[in-house]
Design a protein around this ligand. Structure first.
Ligand code: GDP
Ligand code: MG
Length: 312
C-alpha cells in the first residue's frame, strides 16, 4: 500500500532550525533507549483536527484535511524515516456518526491495526469546547474496549485550536486546566481507571495549534499563547510517554476478537444447563421418587385397591 511506504522524513527539514534541533535531540534520546521506531495512533471524534495534527507532526501535507467531513473512511498510516529512526503515524476517521460510535469505523480501525504495535495513542479533542458529554465517554469506552485499559498508559490527550481567547475573561491557564481536567475525568471513568491506578492521574495533556495563523516566536516556531513552541513540546511529551516504562500495545487477533462481555457469558450457557440438570433437576427427581416411596398410603386408597382388611 502506497501509504505504508517508508519515505525519508523530508518534512523535518521544513521546520525552523530551532525546532529541528530539538526534534533531533529527542529522537536521539529515544534511540539511546533502543527505541528506533515509534508508531503513533491518532483517534478521536471527527472534525477536531486529527489529520491536521498528523500533518503538523510530519511537517508536510501527508493526509487530507477537511473542514466539513472526514475525508478518509479508513485509517491511513504515514511512515517517515530519518537518521535511523522511523516514525509511523496512523490517522483514523472520526468515531462518531449520528450521535453514536460508528461500529463499522471502529471495526475498520481494529482490522487495520492487527499485527501492529501501538507505542503511543494521541487522543485528540478541541481545547475550545466548553463541555464534555456522553459522546466523549462513548469514544473513550470504544477505544478501551478495543485495545484494553492499558492503552491509556501510552496515551496523551491532545487539545487542538489552542490559540484562543478564553470565554468570560478567564485566564488562559485556568481555562486550560478546567478543560483538561474535565476531559481527563471522562477518560478515567470511560476507561474504568480506578482511584488506586495512580498512573491515571499522570496522563499528560499537550496543546496544538494547527492553524497557519498560529503566532510565532523569534525563531519562527509556532507558539502557544503561553509562548511555548508547541511542536517540540508535543514531541517531547510523546517521548516521555514512550519511555515511561509501560508496555506498548501489540494488536493481535486475540485482542481484537477476545472476550467481549456479551460473548463471554454466552460461552457459559451450556455449562449452566449442565449444572442445573445434575445439581438441581436430578436431585429433585430423586427426592420426589424417595418421597413417593416413603409415603404412607391413605386408608381410602387401600380400601379401593382391596388391600385393607378393615370393614367399612
Ligand atoms: P479531523 O476530522 O479530526 O481529521 O479534522 P481535520 O484535521 O480535518 O480538521 C477539521 C477542520 O479544522 C479543518 O478545517 C482544519 O483546518 C481545522 N483545524 C484543525 N486543527 C485546527 C487548529 O488547531 N486550529 C484551527 N484554527 N483550526 C484547525
Ligand atoms: Mg481527518
Amino acid at each position: 500500500m502506497a501509504s505504508q511506504l517508508i519515505r525519508e522524513w523530508t518534512g523535518i527539514q521544513q521546520f525552523p532550525a530551532a525546532t529541528q534541533t530539538k526534534l533531533l535531540e529527542l529522537l536521539g534520546k529515544l534511540k539511546q533507549e533502543n527505541v528506533s521506531t515509534l508508531t503513533i495512533l491518532v483517534m478521536g471524534k471527527g472534525g477536531i483536527g486529527k489529520s491536521s495534527t498528523v500533518n503538523s507532526i510530519i511537517g508536510e501535507r501527508a493526509v487530507a484535511v477537511s473542514a466539513f467531513q472526514s475525508e478518509i473512511p479508513r485509517p491511513v498510516m504515514v511512515s517517515r524515516s530519518t537518521a535511523g529512526f522511523t516514525l509511523n503515524v496512523i490517522d483514523t476517521p472520526g468515531l462518531i456518526e449520528g450521535g453514536y460510535v460508528n461500529d463499522q469505523t471502529l471495526e475498520n480501525i481494529k482490522r487495520f491495526l492487527v499485527n501492529k504495535t501501538i507505542d503511543i495513542l494521541l487522543y485528540v479533542d478541541r481545547l475550545d469546547t466548553y463541555r464534555v458529554d456522553n459522546l466523549d465517554k462513548q469514544v473513550v469506552k470504544a477505544v478501551t474496549e478495543s485495545f484494553g485499559k492499558e492503552i491509556w498508559k501510552r496515551a496523551l490527550v491532545v487539545l487542538t485550536h489552542a490559540q484562543l481567547l478564553p470565554p468570560d475573561g478567564l485566564e488562559y491557564d485556568v481555562f486550560f486546566t478546567g478543560r483538561s481536567e474535565a476531559l481527563l475525568k471522562v477518560v478515567r471513568s470511560g476507561a474504568k481507571i480506578k482511584k488506586q491506578d495512580t498512573w491515571g492521574d499522570a496522563i499528560p495533556v499537550a496543546l496544538v495549534e494547527n492553524s497557519g495563523r498560529c503566532n510565532k516566536n523569534e525563531n519562527i516556531e509556532k507558539v502557544l499563547p503561553c509562548g511555548t513552541a508547541w511542536i517540540p513540546n508535543l514531541v517531547k511529551t510523546i517521548t516521555e510517554v514512550a519511555l515511561n516504562g509501560s508496555k506498548p500495545i501489540l494488536v493481535n487477533k486475540k485482542l481484537i476478537e477476545g472476550p467481549n462481555p456479551d460473548r463471554r457469558w454466552k460461552e457459559f450457557i451450556p455449562l449452566v444447563f449442565a449444572f442445573q440438570y445434575f445439581f438441581i433437576i436430578k436431585p429433585l427427581q430423586r427426592a420426589i421418587k424417595n418421597d413417593m416411596a416413603r409415603e404412607t398410603r391413605p386408608a381410602w386408597e387401600l380400601r379401593d385397591t382391596g388391600l385393607s382388611s378393615r370393614k367399612f
